[in-house]
Design a protein around this ligand. Structure first.
Ligand SMILES: C[S@@+](CC[C@H](N)C(=O)[O-])C[C@H]1O[C@@H](n2cnc3c(N)ncnc32)[C@H](O)[C@@H]1O
Length: 337
């Protein structure tokens, strides 16, 4: 093997330690802010990376300094080998912290096996506690499964359980305080995420999105919130609730971007590196992994080179506030949230 870059550092000095890998673009929900119900632009199966290809990229990334890997999608638990992939990652030399973002539908069955395989923790998406509203938002009647999945994850020790909630005006924003109360009661760490312009249906609107400031206003009616400060590269601003120890996070991706501390790099399920959720370009790893003319012992170096070059070309920020901002061609489900 040849030389690999020791760390993934961009031209602004940001060291990249956090790799988000999408296992699939398929999903078993159809959240309105992510994917239209009749979405059909799926990645062809032949383009999806295999387990060995996924783990190889992660191994090289770890050799380049990545210390945290998050598996996402689409819905990562739909990948038939998700448990094996977690085990493979956990067995890597200098194995990274392994987290997974999921809608929780399949967690009741998989939480135990995933924890045994080496998964450290999960983020679970939950936008409402109301069954009818869950159907309205996700187009599936599966709230019960999500709640069972969260309980199973807690039981399996995949803690702290982080719950991701996207508030939408007139849909679930009135539930903000109830969600926080439920989270506190169950020991979940709740984070509200601003809706971003990444949906395949193009329904996002700057004018109607629920901002972090709106969310704070909704919460302070019922709770005393105090910023904890010092969030480092974490996207969420944390607040102590009613003096603690419970906290709540608010991720203001749109209105108060945290790009200056960004240490994240993404690989899509079809093997494309993206240095930002909102990147307009990608770098191809699938071609390197499958190039029959590339000598096997040069492949890792080539993968490391593409990761390094992608990081090197990262822009200072995502530019959503720029009037000329253009939404990326790929929706969130195909990038990996
Ligand atoms: C794309 S999903 C993928 C993982 C998994 N299927 C899940 O539901 O968590 C990851 C996260 O992105 C969030 N998300 C999807 N579209 C979004 C958007 N347009 N703005 C903000 N968050 C979004 C989801 O709510 C979820 O918490």
């Amino acid at each position: 093997m040849g030389e690999l870059p020791v760390t993934l550092v961009d031209s602004f000095g940001r060291i990249h330690r956090d790799l988000r890998v999408s296992l699939t673009d398929r999903c078993n929900l159809r959240c309105t802010y992510c994917m239209p119900e009749d979405f059909g632009a799926w990645t062809p199966n032949a383009h999806l990376l295999t387990r060995a290809e996924i783990v190889r990229i992660i191994r090289v990334a770890v050799e380049c300094g990545v210390s945290a890997v998050r598996l996402t999608g689409g819905e990562p638990l739909l990948h038939p080998e998700v448990v094996d992939i977690v085990r493979d990652i956990a067995r890597l030399p200098n194995s990274p912290k392994i987290a997974l973002t999921t809608n929780g539908l399949l967690l009741e069955r998989l939480a135990g096996p995933l924890a045994n395989a080496g998964l450290d923790r999960v983020n679970i998406s939950l936008d409402t506690l109301d069954r009818q509203r869950f159907v309205e938002i996700t187009k599936r009647d599966r709230l019960k499964d999500v709640l069972a999945g969260i309980a199973a994850a807690q039981e399996a020790g995949l803690t702290p359980i982080k719950i991701n909630t996207v508030l939408m005006r007139g849909v679930n924003d009135a539930e903000a305080a109830d969600l926080l109360r439920k989270a506190i009661d169950h020991g979940w760490s709740l984070r509200f995420i601003e809706q971003m312009p990444l949906d395949a249906g193009g329904i996002w609107s700057r004018a109607t999105m629920v901002t972090a400031a709106d969310t704070l206003q909704l919460l302070v009616r019922e709770f005393d919130l105090e910023p904890t400060g010092g969030r480092g590269s974490a996207p969420a601003e944390e607040f102590l609730v009613d003096g603690g120890p419970a906290t709540v996070g608010i991720i203001a991706s749109v209105t108060q971007p945290f790009c200056g501390n960004c240490d994240r790099l993404r690989v899509t399920a079809d093997g494309q590196v993206r240095n930002c959720l909102f990147a307009r370009s990608e770098s191809d790893l699938r071609g390197i992994l499958r190039d029959p003319l590339l000598a096997e012992d040069l492949r890792d170096e080539a993968i490391g080179g593409v990761l390094g070059a992608s990081v090197q070309s990262k822009l200072a920020g995502h530019g959503i506030k720029d009037p000329l901002f253009v939404q990326p061609a790929r929706p969130m489900s195909a990038i990996g949230g």
